[in-house]
Structure formats: C-alpha cells, structure tokens
Design a protein around this ligand. Structure first.
Ligand SMILES: [Zn+2]
Length: 145
C-alpha cells in the first residue's frame, strides 16, 4: 500500500482490527512516518429495488434500518438485534442472486424478521405493508397509529 502523503511504496501495518463490515488497518509510512487508516471490504452486489410504479432505486440498508426502527419504536429490541436482522435480510438477497428485488419481496423479508423479533412491531409493519413504498410514507402511517 502506497503512502497517501508522500507516495512512498512501503507502508507498515501497525494495527489491524476486525469490525463487522470491514477490516481496519492502521498503517505507517516507512519514509515520512505519517500514519493513515485503510478499510478493507468484500465487494458485494445487492439487487436493485423495484418499486410498485416500476421506478428503480439502489438498495439502501439505512432506509431498511429506518423502516424497521420505526416499526420497533419504543419496543424492547436492541440495536444489535436489528443489525443482525438486517444482516440476515442482506444475506438472503445475496443468496437469491437476483439483479432486482421488488419492494413487496423486501417487505416480506422484513416482516419475517419482525415476526421473530417483536409481535407488536410485526403487526405495525404488516398492517401498513401493502402501502409501504418508502420510509417517509411509512413514518407518516406509523405516526397515525
Ligand atoms: Zn510517506
């Protein structure tokens, strides 16, 4: 790995840490001795999300998380549990290996996870599921319940 400051070809890894999504490496340039951090991630290709009107949007884990969090509002479910559920959904999508996924299918996957996590959240999500298209819409509906 080339030094990001001086371009020198030799850098030394001084620290390696595994996080959930990446391997974080602290490096030190052997010439200028400055330090920088790199992140190593596996390249994964998630399907494009197809909305009911045919519009295509990029898969967005943050959006999915926001939807689940809304359904789980004030429910005794930890952030770790939500992240684990998101991980399972993502893995499922990768296993399916389809280039596109409908919002309906995404909704099904979310419902399956919520059913196992928390019944109230499941009912919240399932009751508005048919009209679930984006987070803002869902947020509005949840507010009304
Ligand atoms: Zn350097």
């Amino acid at each position: 790995m080339r030094c990001v400051y001086c371009g020198h070809g030799e850098t030394q890894v001084v620290e390696t840490r595994e996080t959930d999504e990446a391997v974080r490496r602290r490096r030190r340039c052997q010439k200028c001795e400055r330090r920088f951090t790199t992140y190593e991630r596996a390249e994964i290709t998630l399907p494009t999300v197809v909305k009911k009107d045919g519009a295509r949007v990029e898969f967005d884990r943050a959006k999915l998380r926001a939807s689940m969090s809304l359904a789980l509002r004030k429910r005794p479910v930890s952030t770790e549990q939500v992240e684990a559920a998101l991980e399972r959904i993502q893995e499922r999508l990768l296993q399916d290996a389809q280039r596109e996924v409908s919002t309906a299918r995404l909704g099904e996957l979310v419902m399956r996870e919520l059913q196992a996590l928390d019944k109230v959240a499941y009912v919240r999500f399932a009751s508005v599921y048919r009209s679930f298209e984006d987070v803002d819409e869902f947020r509005q509906i949840i507010k009304d319940i």
